[in-house]
Write a protein that binds this ligand. Structure first.
Ligand code: FMN
Length: 395
């Protein structure tokens, strides 16, 4: 493709990874047996994995322009055919009319105004077909006891600053109904497979947690929404995608919560078996969560936040924080309805993106919540030391 025009990808970092290998020949001859190999890697926001590169490729990438298109001929003349072919094969150099997923994603990264470090962290922290339960089993670090044995005790649970200059004692606060509600909040890992959520419960939850309470046009075509949680820059980039398994009168399947219409937009009906299988994949094998009658995938419309916070090092963090606020509202809304709720960040983003048609650098799933009626028995552990949710075991 000598006359094709190419350019370097938008967001790129280099790192050196170190691998240790056991050299058996050296071991047998009495020489040092562990050899260390340093590997140069390119990390790019449009790729899912780091890519190994050689010294010439690294040098060329450091010199190539990511903003303007050059002909292949010109780059071959400057850096050599092997180097440029290698970079094209690794998709670190992209051809102008390339419509591959990687090339499209590079264009998304540019259009969304990602900060480089955040973009790479986001792209590379996504999972595909990961079974977190199997991985935990294989790690042999299942219980806290296993971890203390392997790592020693964790940092102390209370943080005391001995360098403080004085201490001011505080009165015990007066209790209100909010304390009762907060105390009944516990991550639910036991959903009742025989119970459904009513449409009214679903509607209430979505309206309260993701719905709009007001709106103001701040400038032409720039509308600020008022919701029940704070939002970085007031831009409310978080969308709710639903995996419905058991909602009375609603087909199981994949939906998007349409905030504007306060309605559910159906993407795909699924049989109950298909919906459960997808739920299992979404929450990376955590069966106790996959049993929830409703799961809510939270996805961020990065371009909306990054329209204001261009190439900003903090906005990715602000979006993650916002999801925490939203999840607490979901927990409390469910708790008030005597339902259980959960959140997990252990999710297979790639399969979720594919199912809902999301482009990861434009609209990325970051966590999954769910809610529904608790089971009669607490088969999987929940953290309820004061027995606000589960009755204490019989003496
Ligand atoms: C961001 C986030 C991610 C979480 N991910 C998981 C998870 O993958 N699996 C799980 O069982 N619990 C998960 N949890 C729930 C915590 O384990 C739980 O909040 C903690 O044990 C305290 O229990 P509580 O929520 O009942 O007070 C997560 C919580 C948060 C805030």
């Amino acid at each position: 493709m000598p006359t094709s025009r190419v350019r370097r990808c938008a967001q790129l970092q280099f790192r050196v990874d170190q691998y240790k290998t056991l050299d058996f020949a050296a071991l047998l001859s009495g020489r040092p047996a562990v050899s260390v190999r340093n590997v140069r890697q390119a990390l790019a926001a449009h790729l899912d994995q780091p890519v190994e590169i050689d010294a010439a490729e690294m040098q060329a990438l450091a010199e190539l322009d990511c903003g303007t298109w050059s002909t292949c001929d010109a780059l071959v003349a400057a850096h050599g055919a092997a180097c440029i072919e290698g970079l094209l094969a690794k998709q670190l150099l992209l051809v102008e009319d390339d419509d591959s997923p990687a090339a499209r994603r590079d264009r998304d990264v540019r259009a969304s105004h990602w900060h480089g470090g955040a973009a790479i962290a986001h792209a590379m922290s996504r999972w595909s077909h990961n079974d977190s339960i199997a991985a935990q089993r294989e790690s042999r670090l299942q219980s806290v006891g296993d971890m203390v044995e392997a790592f020693g005790p964790p940092p102390q649970h209370f943080h005391r600053r001995d360098d403080a200059v004085a201490r001011v004692a505080l009165d015990e606060p007066a209790r209100t109904a909010l304390d009762d509600l907060l105390e009944r909040r516990a991550t639910c890992r036991n959903f009742d497979l025989a119970q459904s959520v009513s449409v009214a419960q679903l509607s209430t939850s979505l309206k309260r947690v993701f719905g709009v309470q007001g709106m103001v046009e701040l400038a032409p075509d720039a509308v600020a929404l008022k919701k029940n949680h704070p939002s970085g820059g007031g831009l409310h980039p978080v969308e709710a995608y639903l995996v419905v398994q058991r909602v009375e009168g609603l087909a199981s399947g994949l939906y998007h919560y349409n905030v504007e219409a306060h309605a559910l937009d159906l993407f795909q009906e699924l049989s109950s078996g298909e919906a459960h299988a997808f739920a299992m994949t979404a929450v990376a094998g955590q069966e106790y969560f996959a049993d929830a009658p409703v799961m809510v995938v939270m996805a961020a419309r990065f371009a909306r936040s990054m329209w204001k916070y261009r190439n900003h090092p903090k906005i990715y963090r602000a979006i993650l924080l916002e999801m925490g606020h939203i999840s607490q509202n979901l927990y409390l809304t469910a708790t008030e309805m005597n339902l259980g709720a959960f959140i997990t960040a252990a999710i297979n983003e790639v399969e979720i993106e594919q199912a809902f048609g999301l482009e990861p650098m434009t609209e990325g799933p970051l966590c999954v919540c769910g809610f529904g009626a608790r089971a009669q028995e607490c088969a999987t552990v929940e953290f309820d030391p004061a027995h606000k949710v589960w009755a204490p075991p019989a003496a």
